[in-house]
Design a protein around this ligand. Structure first.
Ligand code: HEC
Ligand code: HEC
Ligand code: HEC
Ligand code: HEC
Ligand code: HEC
Length: 217
């Protein structure tokens, strides 16, 4: 009986299978794993802005509340970006000639908003709303990190679906008292109400927050 395959074909077949396995693993990494890494999503990377605005100076240093600039965060889907005259309430008096602020003065002179680049962005097929999170005790920090310590703003969380679901599965431990929503340095202490008490206080009823239609409508 003549052998169809020589013994060395075994080895070739093994290499072939190994190669296919490698390609498959590489493919999965490239198409699925890599796009979801913090690196690919620019987490922690500063974006060059037209004006090097510092939250550290304005929030931690001067004590300005988030809502002074992001005025619609409590009432609408979008947090909103400050119009130039918000900056000018102060900068028409201080640092009036600073070169750093030239784009701010130009914006006012030409009545054109400053072209801030987007730091956090979700695909259009995801529905997101700021106001419900603020109303139900989720702090800015849970999604944006310690903004008050950012000399230049960067994305602090991946904002992948997994990121959203991690909290939606069990929001209780991530909730905070109302007074701490805008405090990006707040930590749970002995006096903090329990997760269950907070769930009750905010009237978060027992429903499935991981239901697809919550975020994909
Ligand atoms: C004095 C005005 C001012 C205050 C106060 C302020 N911000 Fe901002 N914020 C800005 C400006 C201007 C930008 C756009 C430039 C930048 O990205 O740094 C911005 C950008 C951001 C962004 C990124 C927006 C994007 O494109 O995704 C987040 C998140 C943010 N602010 C959160 C906060 C939080 C949280 C607070 C309070 C702890 C706060 N800000 C207080 C003016 C302000
Ligand atoms: C409540 C007053 C106030 C408002 C509102 C304000 N600033 Fe300032 N800003 C200051 C002060 C005070 C300094 C000097 C801070 C320092 O050097 O410690 C400053 C400094 C700066 C600087 C210099 C770099 C730095 O951070 O030290 C830039 C750039 C700047 N502001 C941009 C802006 C922009 C853009 C806005 C509007 C989104 C804005 N500021 C709104 C008070 C304000
Ligand atoms: C549950 C997560 C979450 C919380 C809590 C949250 N944000 Fe955001 N924020 C986001 C996401 C996601 C985006 C991007 C939205 C998009 O692309 O549609 C965003 C975008 C922004 C922007 C850019 C402008 C806009 O509305 O798209 C600003 C400014 C901002 N957030 C400020 C704040 C402030 C201030 C707070 C606290 C009062 C806060 N955020 C709380 C998730 C959050
Ligand atoms: C730290 C916790 C936390 C994170 C992170 C979070 N959420 Fe939420 N989300 C909540 C809570 C709490 C509610 C309010 C639930 C309630 O009232 O029943 C909520 C409600 C919502 C609602 C409104 C649901 C409805 O129909 O009333 C949407 C939409 C939503 N989240 C989308 C998102 C998206 C998209 C992300 C990720 C970018 C996200 N959330 C991240 C805690 C979180
Ligand atoms: C709490 C909010 C939330 C819920 C609930 C949710 N998603 Fe998503 N989903 C997202 C976000 C945010 C993204 C965008 C991720 C990104 O930027 O890549 C996403 C992306 C996706 C994508 C695109 C591929 C991907 O993973 O990036 C698919 C498919 C998807 N979701 C399906 C579902 C299905 C099916 C369900 C129900 C089992 C579901 N989602 C529930 C927030 C949610």
């Amino acid at each position: 009986m003549a052998a169809i395959f020589r013994p060395s074909a075994n080895l070739a077949a093994k290499f072939f299978l190994l190669g296919m396995g490698g390609l498959l693993a590489g493919g999965v990494f490239w198409w699925w794993v890599y796009p979801r890494t913090d690196y690919a999503r620019g987490v922690g990377w500063v974006i060059d802005q037209p004006v090097p605005f510092s939250h550290e100076h304005h929030v931690a240093g001067l004590g300005i509340d988030c809502r002074f600039c992001h005025t619609s965060v409590e009432v609408s889907a979008n947090a909103g970006m400050p119009p130039t005259y918000t900056c000018m309430t102060c900068h028409s008096q201080i640092w009036t000639n600073a070169a750093l602020l030239a784009p701010v003065r130009d914006s006012l002179a030409h009545d054109a908003p400053i072209a801030w680049k987007v730091v956090n962005d979700l695909p259009n097929y995801v529905y997101f709303n700021h106001s419900i999170h603020i109303a139900k005790g989720v702090g800015c920090e849970s999604c944006h990190g310690s903004v008050d310590r950012m000399a230049l703003t960067f994305k602090a969380a991946s904002l992948t679906m997994q990121f959203c679901l991690n909290c939606h599965r069990n929001p209780g431990p991530n909730l905070r008292p109302r007074a701490a929503i805008y405090d990006t340095e707040w930590r749970r202490g002995p006096d903090t109400p329990s997760p269950d008490a907070l769930m009750k206080q905010y009237g978060i009823v027992n429903r499935d927050l991981t239901d697809c239609s919550i975020c994909h409508r």
